[in-house]
Ligand binder design. Sequence first.
Ligand SMILES: Cc1ncc(COP(=O)(O)O)c(C=O)c1O
Length: 404
Amino acid sequence: MKTSIYLDHAATTQLQPKALEAMLPYLEGHFGNPSGNYALGRQAARAIDGARSTVASLLGARPREIIFTGPGSESINAAIKGVASAQKQAGLGDHIVTTTIEHHAVLHSCEYMEKFGFSVTHAPVDRYGIVSPDAIAEAMDERTVLVSVMLANNEIGTIEPLAEISRVVRARAKSLGRSVALHTDAVQGANAIDLDVDRLGVDLLSLSAHKFGGPKGAGVLYMRRGTPFLAQMSGGGQERQRRAGTENVASIIGTATALAEVRARRDEYTSVCRGLTTQLVEGVLRTIDGAELTGHPEMRLPNNAHFSFEGARSDTMLDALDRLGIAASAGSACNSAATWEPSHVLTATGMPLRRAVGALRLTPGPENTAQEMERVLSALPNIVAESRAVAGREEQRHLGLAPT
Ligand SMILES: Cc1ncc(COP(=O)(O)O)c(C=O)c1O
């Protein structure tokens, strides 16, 4: 069945026509290697310079502070591994603070550093997924070199108080007499949240182009001037020795074009998506017993409607939606195959297992319509009821109370 209603914009978005148009020349005639010492190479190098200036100005940064990377995961890996290992090498410490609700790109990068002698503290979140600035400060000690807190959660949409966290991290670092780098995984924040690195108060910020209408496999790492860093990709001197490898010229151009476009349309995006999300939330809570909205009621991404349906199962609901041509998700795109495993984010908020396995994430985009939301809302009550019935029968069978 063809997807006719796409409600999984947190997983990925369609390439914007403007980004495609800007990329095409670099996939065709303008194929030069930016390191080449001839006109074709210089043309590609100039295009990258332009893209770097665009991204820098959109983040309130200097062009030299922008590194073009592969996907968001690479940007995050570089930030965590590159900064932590440089600090350790300089004898400055070996402790990282992060949170329990980060994306696996952050959690697994921290786990990796544990293999090299780091210890990692995971600050807890409240039932809405909000990280308390004080919990971050408490987790820091005289060995801490890096703090990593996401800007907005990809599953439940909660927006973290980053500017406040930054103030607290700075104060605590000062009282400990040390400098601690603050990284934010802003992969879900590019469409709707202020990304000014000074207002956020961050030293490192990661973005992924395909979340905002750019190409897949391309990302950005903002790194504040003077941040200690050991490159994770060795080879040529590209990206000022911070990310070796011939640049993905077309993707870099597409990333900058798409980011400029979404930043220019931020208010319009926010109001359209908030309208669609509110329609979904109000409709679901009105028509389905036992439905709950996950995440913070106000401090949330305008396009995130994440629900838990007690007694239902994500996999059967997603299959039924798919049969109707509706694309949705249980949460993170990376673990949606394992719906029986409750998501670490939901577990961290204290959600009981019976609810966590019945999670459903609907993330509309600006091209969706109110009519489409109505179609989804009219299908959902039956889908949830059927999913609950199937789960109930399975439970009975499991307990040996029903024939197999
Ligand atoms: C919050 C967050 N961080 C990191 C990533 C990883 O980005 P990418 O898939 O571009 O590597 C994602 C993707 O789902 C995400 O939502």
